[in-house]
Design a protein around this ligand. Structure first.
Ligand code: GAL
Length: 361
């Protein structure tokens, strides 16, 4: 049985049910016995973002309910601290490491150590680069995240029919995160033809990944960059019509900048992660959309993978081509992201139990 598939089919079961399913799966498959005394080390990037707190909690509960001992560590977005945290877990003889990397190129040394001890390594959400010592990748279709953001913009501005031109500014995530490129490439493939045709105009001229990246995915960094863009390129009374933002924390930083610069009506602004603050912004008309990635499904997929590997079986994967880490193509299980705005947040986020209506005030 596959926990993830069951979850996808019902679509509405909560984290506790996923955990129960994981537990049932483990015992049915014999993984329950296999997991006796087995330890999992989970390394998450930061607690400053709501999504990683949810990921950590979902993973911990799901693994514990499947009979594993869990060590869960956060490293405040400091790559060297994450390396130390993983070294400590290797020293504690964990059987499995589940890692959402802060810096995708910083882990080769510690993962070589892990492989020396036969520890299974799962790259969680973010691929780990330049090492042979990563076994599987559990994530979402990262290119599609960008496609959904780009398509939302094209439709919101009716780019195929409206005369335009519209002023757009572009933001991307951290260069240390492998997902950043996939998100941007997905969105840019949709938007670039409109830029070439002159229907979208990037007044700042900043279109390369290096120019538009946001260190540590930090909203404050994005806010400062937006402030600079507004004062340098929009001091002639012109307005920003649309902002491509890759993640809700960055979107909120951009919105703070726009508000501070006198915008009373917001441009079209994208996002990702369906963080509660941003869903409230969507309801209030400040942010236009977000891309929802169900962290409960990602946790369930990861538990499935680990149970299979430790049981001596091949875990289910659905992509064996896309994620070349510079050393090998890492077999992946990719889940589907979903575009969410004012029109469907109730159905997708609230009715599914992902966000409690009370949290939205
Ligand atoms: C990415 C992740 C996004 C977002 C971002 C900032 O790696 O895929 O969903 O959370 O990090 O935390």
């Amino acid at each position: 049985m596959n926990v993830n598939r069951r979850h996808l089919l019902t679509g509405t079961i909560g984290a506790a049910a996923v955990a129960m399913a994981a537990s049932a799966c483990a015992s049915e498959d014999g993984g329950g016995d296999g997991s006796g005394g087995k330890k999992v080390g989970i390394a998450m990037p930061t607690k400053t973002s709501e999504r990683w707190i949810l990921d950590g909690n979902n993973l911990k509960t799901s693994f514990e309910d499947a009979g594993y001992e869990v060590s869960l560590q956060y490293s405040n977005d400091v790559a060297a601290d994450q390396v130390s945290a993983i070294e400590t877990m290797v020293g504690q003889n964990v059987n499995v490491l589940v890692i959402a990397a802060i810096d995708n190129k910083s882990l080769s040394g510690v993962l070589a150590q892990a492989k020396g001890q036969d520890i299974t390594v799962i790259a969680y959400d973010r691929l780990i680069l330049d090492t042979p010592d990563v076994d599987y990748y559990a994530s979402f279709d990262n290119t599609k995240v960008g496609t959904l953001q780009g398509t939302y913009i094209a439709e919101a501005l009716a780019l195929d029919t409206a005369p335009g031109p519209f002023n757009i500014e572009l933001f991307a995530g951290a260069l240390t995160d492998n997902n950043t490129k996939y998100f941007f490439d997905g969105a840019w493939a949709v938007l670039e033809p409109y830029v070439s045709a002159g229907k979208l105009v990037v007044k700042s001229g900043q279109t390369s990944l290096e120019q538009i990246a946001t260190e540590n995915w930090d909203g404050a960094v994005a806010q400062e960059r937006m402030d600079n863009i507004l004062s340098n390129f929009y001091n002639d009374g012109s307005k920003v019509d649309v902002v491509l933002a890759p993640y809700d924390g960055i979107s909120r930083g951009i919105i703070a900048s726009l508000q501070g610069n006198g915008y009373t009506e917001m441009p079209v602004i994208t996002g990702q992660d369906a963080e509660v603050e941003s869903v409230k912004y969507i309801i209030d008309g400040l942010q236009s959309m977000t891309v929802y990635k169900d962290t409960r499904e990602l946790a369930a997929t990861t538990v499935d993978m680990v149970v299979a590997v430790l049981d001596g079986k091949d875990p289910e994967v659905n992509d064996t081509e896309t994620y070349d880490n510079g050393n090998k193509v890492v077999p992946a299980y990719l889940l589907e992201p979903v575009s969410v705005d004012k029109t469907n947040y109730q159905e997708i986020l609230v009715d599914s139990g992902y966000i409690d209506a009370k949290e939205l005030g």
